[in-house]
Design a protein around this ligand. Sequence first.
Ligand code: ZN
Ligand code: FE
Length: 258
Amino acid sequence: MPLALRALPAFADNYIWLLHDGEHALVVDPGDADPVSEALASLGLQLGAILATHHHRDHVGGIAGLLERHPGTPVYGPAGETIPGRSVALSGGELLQIPQPAVALEVLSTPGHTLGHVSYYGAGYLFCGDTLFGCGCGRLFEGTPAQMFASLEDLARLPDDTLVCCAHEYTMDNLRFALTVDAANPALAARWEATLELRRRGRPSLPSTLGQEKATNPFLRCATPALRASAVRRGAGADAQAVEIFAAIRKAKDTFRV
Ligand code: ZN
Ligand code: FE
């Protein structure tokens, strides 16, 4: 059976991503064990691997519980961070050959939200944790704007049809902000309508595609005249580099209230 993807809702707005082949599943960022256990039971799957993007509790809080129920499951996570039960320490650049489900995943170092943050890319899926969100990006808790900007540039080089699996359902809130800095972008207006409809029906807004993010996500559009103008209105110099535009837009988002 080809790989299939599920978004398991957790807490208020997290998604735990589950990728399976009909027999075995891997999960990404299990902040809570229970939604994973329920999905494994209802789909009749064995747990084959646990992947963590970074150390925040809403991403790793369920790992210990899953290891109790599924002892010996390999746990992949960033080397420089505290990941419960981690068995494979990653720093970016590795190519993982997960045996069950059989999938090859590239590990990308994506610092910014945290310093050790990694993302996983393979089989057309990108698991990017709290680095890239639907129409947004993660807060800079540990890293610098330059680090996050470079991380996003690395992700933006992946193919446009990459399925972007973010760890939070933040897309509507991010769209509200994006419309204040890229108001004349028709793709943004279309995404607003489409996302509103999905959320009305209780459906996840994710995964998106990387092409869609490149067309609508202000943090991937810092080189456009529209984002430059918005950054200049918020204090950036008229000759600002893209990274400075990113920093100004990220700062504006930090204090944005709907
Ligand atoms: Zn986080
Ligand atoms: Fe998070």
